[in-house]
Design a protein around this ligand. Structure first.
Ligand code: AKG
Ligand code: FE2
Length: 301
């Protein structure tokens, strides 16, 4: 089924997370695909140009970068749930990840490199129902303005509550790694410690087995398109390198190209690609994905 950028946008309103399969191995096509969806935001490291290098993120394990300078996306460790550029005043409304290379088949369950997604529309109601939740937590999270400025972010930080209730069943959120701990936000309330407690409750819930998440072994050619306000993403750790028979080190070729799309300006009829609105992913309650099936700027928040 050929589809248009307009179709992708309306499908996103329905399901917030879409999967395109068999995307051709052409970076220019990816660039065109993303540009049809809206304005592709320059990478944080961009210097004003509009080339692919300035616009499209390149996520790979980078053992060539000293560990202390490596961004979380350039490591092979897990990435906990976050939304793209969660701290900046203007954040992308759509985030796109193209699995250019799925990398090595995982050798063990803990190193699958699978993608993780959660949709706030289902997570927030589940949190409200959870035994550990306190009514006051949600009130604090939806009403207290917060901001956070990571070291590398030149853009002005946002200044608003982390969670927003659209009132029609949709929930919007900003989220980043370490939000309830080492990367906590600046909180504008006289009772910051109560707020941090609420955030910790919420963060613990997101990382508990009670939280509904989608876990997906993206394969080479798969493109995940998400409404970045309604979906958070993360990943499992993966094996970064191993020795070959001669004792030489091989680096996992796992690679993702990503795009941050700011506004939804596409015209009707712009052809993008075949789209499948139901990702072929498992949910947390599903059987683990069969290992055989498993197949920058590197910023995460
Ligand atoms: O490596 C991954 O699977 C996710 C990378 C990521 O979170 C990002 O590019 O923003
Ligand atoms: Fe990310």
């Amino acid at each position: 089924m050929a589809t248009t950028a307009h179709d992708v946008r309306s499908a996103l309103e329905d399901s917030a997370l879409l999967l395109v399969v068999d995307f051709p191995q052409e970076e220019l096509r990816f660039m065109e695909f993303c540009s049809a969806l809206g304005t592709v935001m320059p990478k944080l490291s961009a210097t004003g140009g509009s080339t692919i290098n300035e616009l499209i993120g390149d996520v790979r394990y980078r053992p060539d970068i000293p560990e202390s300078l490596r961004l979380p996306t350039q490591s092979c460790g897990p990435l906990t749930f976050h939304t793209a550029r969660a701290c900046s005043a203007v954040r992308p409304s759509i985030f796109v990840m193209w699995k250019v290379c799925q990398g090595w088949d995982p050798v063990q369950e803990g190193l699958s490199g699978r993608s993780l997604f959660l949709t706030w529309d289902t997570v927030v109601p589940a949190f409200i129902d959870a035994a550990t939740a306190h009514n006051e937590d949600l009130t604090l999270l939806t009403q207290t303005k917060v901001s956070y400025r990571p070291k590398y972010m030149r853009e002005p930080p946002a200044h608003e509550p982390l969670l927003n209730d659209a009132g029609d069943g949709r929930w919007f959120a900003r989220y980043w790694e370490g939000i309830a701990g080492r990367n906590h936000p600046t909180i504008e309330t006289s009772n910051a410690s109560r707020y941090m407690k609420a955030l910790k409750h919420f963060d613990d819930f997101i990382h508990s087995s009670e939280c509904p998440i989608t876990e997906c072994a993206l394969q080479t050619g798969d493109v995940a398109i998400m409404d970045n306000r309604r979906v958070a993403h993360g990943r499992r750790a993966f094996l970064g390198s191993r020795s070959d028979v001669r004792g030489r080190t091989d680096v996992n070729p796992r690679r993702i190209l990503s795009a941050h799309i700011a506004s939804l300006i596409c015209g009707r009829g712009t052809q993008v690609a075949p789209v499948h609105s139901q990702p072929k992913c498992g949910t947390r309650s599903d059987q683990p994905v069969d290992a055989n099936e498993e197949q920058r700027d590197g910023t995460t928040f």
